[in-house]
Write a protein of this length. Structure first.
Length: 511
């Protein structure tokens, strides 16, 4: 058996890869990035953003964008190298205590193995950290650095122009005076501000028709059923807008374990996460199921509509929503993963299409609930969808920001963000087709329009968060044009301010 054992193991792995390759690859990718996010990202990002925060203080006020971009690249290199050297120093320090082989006799005195086992663990983890941090620093340092957009495009009078209202992070709550998790009593209560936003949008649409209303995630504050009900009711009051609306999941929609206790741990495989995903998917299907298509990842082409894709599974989803439990949740994770990316195909071969991505990492507690990750399989499916319409322009929409913003921060805490863990990969894959793309996202409630090399990136402010009832908020209507050379023109947007929802005394509920 000793001789045939390795052959049987190899055959078993081959069978797993052949019959369940996609789930296996998803699991491996998820585990890899989970390890990176916990073991490598905090230290590397702390070093990188700390160096940038200090270095930018010595830049002259009038420093050019090119100078700032070079500085960001150099600090990424330095952070990766510095973190790697520290990790290697730790490896060297514990190496004398390591032990990599043993004998059966050692089992008679197991306590003697504790010290070398601990040293082995530290050596392996620190060596892994060193390699990962160095590679991450090289990847960040060699990519096109984010910059503010220097100028907007101008469209000729004959060019086709699409008007896209971009909302994000509306954080609907399920109570009239409900608070948001992030802002508590310091932030807005209830959903009055959202009602104002939609009413203003409806008036704008009546005067000058919109082509699309994009909500790039965090439709709800904690993914509860009451919050989704309020969201659907708000949309139902404006059927003309609802017919134009597209949504995608944010971390608050799928990754908040407990609204009353955001730090609560959720076990992997818990039906709670699957329930939040199915709620999100069900609402998404209600909003846009007949208009968007899912990508057939086996064929590498746009396939059924979302409604057609979910039709055979509706009974299973409903049964799980009614009763819960691990048994009924089996198989639903595959439905969730197969539903992204969603694609709204262009109405003409050279029109405007929309790709909707799920950028939420699979997390189980508050420290990592906001991390972003676009699965490699989903990125390849996105490229396949783009290739199917080579003359069309596309908005690639996701919740998380692909890169950290190139803005000088007043406080260091503002520098530690929750960008895509694999943002460098995401930007590099889209770069060859960037002339006909624009990436739009939300997540950080930051008002920014910039670029990474040729890829233009639009970050949406929240029209609800970051303000109390007596302060204004804003959103943008973007104008996207079709250039004569086949590219996408991003023209100057229209900023829409939403005024206070009440004029009462501080602390008084809105009426």
């Amino acid at each position: 058996m000793a001789g045939i054992g390795p052959v049987l193991v190899l055959a078993g792995l081959a069978a797993i890869g052949w019959f369940g390759l996609r789930p296996l690859l998803r699991a491996v990718e998820r585990s890899f990035w989970s390890l990176i996010s916990l073991a490598v990202q905090p230290g590397y990002v702390l070093a990188r953003e700390g160096l940038r925060h200090l270095a930018e203080r010595f830049l002259p006020a009038g420093a050019s964008e090119a100078s700032r971009a070079r500085l960001r690249g150099l600090t990424a290199f330095a952070a990766g190298l510095g973190a790697a050297l520290i990790a290697l120093a730790i490896t060297a320090a514990v190496w004398p205590a390591t032990r990599w082989s043993g004998e059966v006799a050692d089992l008679a005195y197991p306590l003697r193995l504790v010290r070398p086992a601990l040293a082995n663990t530290i050596a392996v983890m620190s060596a892994y950290f060193a390699g990962a941090a160095l590679l991450w620093g090289i990847a960040d340092g060699t990519m096109d650095q984010p910059r503010d957009l220097e100028r907007f495009d101008e469209a000729a009078s004959s060019d086709r122009v699409w008007r896209v209202a971009h909302l994000s992070d509306i954080h609907v709550v399920g109570e009239r005076y409900g608070f948001r998790i992030e802002s508590g009593r310091a932030g807005p209560r209830g959903n009055d501000r959202l009602a104002l936003v939609l009413a203003r949008l409806a008036a704008i649409h009546a005067a000058a028709p919109l082509d699309l209303v994009l909500i790039s995630g965090d439709m709800t504050d904690a993914g509860r059923s009451a919050e989704w009900g309020e969201f659907l009711d708000a949309l139902a009051r404006h059927p003309d807008l609802a017919a134009l609306t597209l949504v995608l999941p944010g971390n608050h929609d799928v990754n908040i374990v407990d609204r009353a206790n955001p730090a609560r741990l959720e076990l992997p495989g818990s039906p709670g996460k699957r329930l939040r995903q199915m709620r999100t998917l069900s609402v998404t299907e209600a909003v846009q199921g007949g208009r968007v298509h899912v990508v057939d990842k086996t064929m590498g082409r746009i396939g059924q509509t979302l409604s057609e894709r979910l039709a055979p599974h509706r009974a299973a989803i409903a049964a799980f929503a009614d009763a819960g439990g691990l048994r009924l949740s089996r198989g639903l994770s595959a439905i969730w993963e197969a539903s992204f990316p969603m694609v709204l195909p262009p109405s003409e071969p050279d029109g405007l299409g929309i790709v909707l991505l799920n950028s939420n990492a699979e997390t189980h507690f508050s420290f990592t609930n906001a991390l972003g990750l676009v699965a490699e399989e989903d990125m390849q499916a996105t490229l396949a969808a783009l290739a199917q319409y080579p003359r069309a322009r596309f908005v690639v929409a996701l919740h998380h920001h692909p890169v950290e913003y190139p803005q000088q921060a007043k406080a260091f805490s503002e520098r530690i963000g929750t960008a895509l863990i694999n943002g460098s990969r995401f930007v590099r894959l889209l770069k060859p087709q960037a002339h006909r793309l624009v990436a739009m996202h939300g997540h950080r409630h930051v008002d920014w329009i910039g670029r990474c090399g040729p890829l233009r990136i639009v970050s949406a402010p929240s029209p609800v968060m970051e303000a109390t009832h007596d302060e204004p908020t804003a959103f943008y209507i973007h104008r996207i044009g079709a250039r004569a050379d086949g590219g996408l023109a991003l023209m100057a947007p229209e900023r829409i301010e939403i005024g206070p929802t009440w004029s009462g005394a501080p602390g008084e509920p809105s009426s």
